[in-house]
Write a protein that binds this ligand. Sequence first.
Ligand SMILES: [Zn+2]
Length: 131
Amino acid sequence: MFKLAEEHQNKAIEIIERHKLKKTCNVCYDRGYVGHTLENLVIPCHKCVDNEAIMKEWKEYVAQVPELREFYHEMFEEEHDDEEAEKDSETKDKKKIVEELGLKDKSREKILPGKTKEARVKNIEHRSKNR
Ligand SMILES: [Zn+2]
């Protein structure tokens, strides 16, 4: 998994500190950020930091660092976002259908093994009588 190196993390905090709009803040205890993600990405405070300004500056920084540029590639492909999202949801739908079919196959297997055709017919008759 991607982990943000400490030097980049420090840079992120530096950028955040430059764009703090308030001197005191009880959301982030004046730090300007509220924590880290699993990737070590700094989570800026939404209350006292100019998020637009830090994202702009962070993007400029990321553009200079190949490994970060790769991780944040979506940030540099904004124009293709809609197209990509459409493709994604299409793939997910297909996956879902396959999963559903898989489930149906499994439930059929539960009835089939070890039973003769006759037994299966009886089983179906029995079930339809109960309805
Ligand atoms: Zn804050």
